[in-house]
Write a protein that binds this ligand. Structure first.
Ligand SMILES: [Zn+2]
Length: 85
């Protein structure tokens, strides 16, 4: 990705997704995927700090790994966008 830049990476991804018969969904760049609890939806601005790798939701008490929680939120948002299109 470093060699091509992000724009070229996206074009390659779109091409490969088209060949594979899948749809590429792009979520809003400002969607707060790392701040939202993937279980209850509570927004936790304290996780804006990139050094926070694990956190506990202040509303539902779920313990989150930052990247896994973010990936779940991105999947859910992409699915929501796909189904509402
Ligand atoms: Zn929660």
């Amino acid at each position: 990705m470093q060699d091509y830049g992000f724009g070229m990476f996206l074009r390659i991804l779109e091409y490969v997704a088209g060949c594979a018969g899948t749809t590429l969904i792009k979520i809003d760049r400002f969607y707060p995927s790392s701040q939202l609890c993937s279980v209850c939806g509570k927004k936790n601005p304290e996780t804006k700090d990139l050094s926070v790798r694990e956190w506990c939701c202040p509303k539902c008490g779920t313990q989150h790994d930052r990247d896994r929680n973010s990936a779940i939120n991105i999947l859910n948002e992409g699915t929501r966008m796909f189904l509402s299109a």
